[in-house]
Design a protein around this ligand. Structure first.
Ligand SMILES: [Zn+2]
Length: 95
């Protein structure tokens, strides 16, 4: 049983919107907000905001770095490794 937050109409079906007034159930809105917050966390803007908001910038930067490292896939690390190896090989041959 779901109760519409705006008109109070109760419905048994699993619609995302109230059949009476057409407004979204609050749970759906919460879900959307959660997803938006989650997305925001991963954007550069979100990261910068958290860095600026934190009291201890150094700790925050460390935390963000940990997050970025876990976000990076193994493939990304492999690509980075190949690039470094290539640059290293170039330097060696030049020397
Ligand atoms: Zn309603």
């Amino acid at each position: 049983m779901k109760k519409c937050p705006s008109c109070g109409y109760e419905s048994n079906n699993n619609d995302m919107r109230c059949p009476e007034c057409g407004s979204f159930y609050s749970k759906v809105i919460e879900m959307i907000d959660e997803v938006a917050a989650d997305e925001e966390q991963k954007t550069l803007r979100g990261r910068c905001r958290r860095l600026l908001d934190s009291d201890d910038i150094k700790q925050a930067i460390l935390f963000e770095w940990q997050q970025i490292k876990t976000d990076l896939s193994t493939q990304a690390w492999f690509a980075l490794f190949v690039i470094f190896a290539f640059v290293f090989a170039l330097i060696i041959t030049v020397i």
